[in-house]
Design a protein. Sequence first.
Length: 183
Amino acid sequence: MSTQRPAPGDHLIDFELPDHNGNCRRLSELVAGDPAILHFYRGFWCPKDQAQFRGLVQLQDQVEVAYTRMISVSVDPPEVEAAFRAGIAARWTFLSDASRELQGRLGLLETTDTFHRPYIPTVLTLFPDLTIHTAYNGYWFWGRPSNAELATDLRAITRAIRADWDLNPLPGPPHKGEGETPR
């Protein structure tokens, strides 16, 4: 088991977990060739997580139209995640690591809560190939990214992967009509 936490530049493992409906889902399938926000959280019961989710729900419309994905992971069972997801009006996928196997592999066990044994609140922004762009440690609330920071990360990832980001024409022959004098 690895205890080294995910860091920028690392290639994240392509794990598989049940979603909020109980269906097994693979991370690469959910990312589907787009930039992604991967969010590990303590649980529905945590007031800091609730505050962060309110912000993420505000961001979801932009994420959806920007060809970007959000995925949230906790140790809560799928039925609890489904209820929490519905209660906050989230439309993205929630994954359940109730066995805590992935949590151990990623070294993200929060050791101060021995009752719930939750994830250390962590947000990763990912390239489509699952390379980590930025890792945020949210154990302390101000370590969690703001929506503006997430947008900055996603803009940088999108710029790096989308060949059509820069709309300046490449040098080449002029288009028909360019350089001609109007009559």
